[in-house]
Design a protein around this ligand. Structure first.
Ligand SMILES: Cc1cc2nc3c(=O)[nH]c(=O)nc-3n(C[C@H](O)[C@H](O)[C@H](O)COP(=O)(O)OP(=O)(O)OC[C@H]3O[C@@H](n4cnc5c(N)ncnc54)[C@H](O)[C@@H]3O)c2cc1C
Length: 215
């Protein structure tokens, strides 16, 4: 998303006769990840979150629908999948973050472990929440850095709201296990958010760094 956004932004700023912008991106579809959190609680198809890149990319950007396989920074050359070489003056590297589910020693499908970082993750989360009838839900980013600092807190509030509407909040515990000392680096903001947790009976545990999970 950042690469696409940067390409669009630059395309609007630069003189197109002097500057050539190329996007190297194999995917045809861009999925708007911030909506994942809301989508979990909505009755909407997943396709609502997806947009074809061809529709949102500035027409003046040269889009190579392929993967970069090698970068040679000394000579400013990128090799793409078919072996062709692309030269550049400036490179914006925006290859994103990948989930590393293989690092979790659990069958996440059967152990009620969900995430809001992938299509499969949010689909499973949506289904799990639909069938949830009370109990404890733990939200934990496990470590830093992770995508979107407020996402676990946003999710906790959305979940709280959902469970209240469903009439099962009284038999549900929402716990956030967080590796740092407070929700945000800005003290005032952190205090406000943590006060809201108290009001909503969301348990916030700071400095939580776990050694493992017992399944
Ligand atoms: C639940 C959730 C809520 C969020 N909420 C917010 C929010 O409120 N505000 C906010 O600003 N952000 C938010 N974010 C963060 C933001 O949406 C994502 O972090 C952002 O989309 C990531 O952008 P990215 O460009 O780094 O990675 P990606 O969107 O993953 O893009 C990386 C791209 O690089 C391509 N790529 C990878 N390797 C290669 C290669 N070798 N060759 C060519 N292409 C390659 C991939 O195909 C991919 O399309 C949220 C994220 C999540 C998950």
């Amino acid at each position: 998303f950042a690469g696409l956004a940067t390409a669009n932004h630059l395309a609007r700023k630069v003189n197109r006769r002097e500057v050539k912008i190329t996007l190297i991106e194999p995917k045809e579809i861009n999925v708007y990840e911030p909506e994942y959190l809301i989508w979990v609680f909505k009755d909407k198809p997943f396709s609502d979150l997806a947009r074809p890149i061809s529709k949102i990319l500035n027409k003046s950007v040269n889009w190579l629908k392929t993967t970069a396989t090698k970068i040679n920074p000394e000579n400013k050359i990128i090799t793409i999948e078919n072996g062709d070489e692309i030269t550049y003056d400036f490179l914006v590297l925006a290859t994103g973050a990948k989930m590393a589910e293989d690092k979790i020693e659990a069958n996440i499908k059967v152990n009620n472990i969900c995430n809001f970082y992938t299509k499969e993750g949010v689909e499973q989360l949506k289904e799990t929440i639909k069938n949830f009838d009370g109990g404890t839900i733990v939200i934990t980013p496990t470590t830093v850095p992770y995508k979107c600092p407020p996402a676990p807190f946003e999710f906790a509030f959305l979940l709280d709201n959902h469970l209240r509407k469903k009439g099962i909040r009284h038999k549900s515990t929402i716990k956030i296990l967080f590796p740092l000392s407070r929700t945000f680096t800005k003290v005032e903001l952190a205090k406000n958010v943590e006060n809201l947790f108290d009001k909503r009976n969301i348990k916030f545990v700071s400095f939580f760094n776990y050694d493992g999970i017992e399944f």
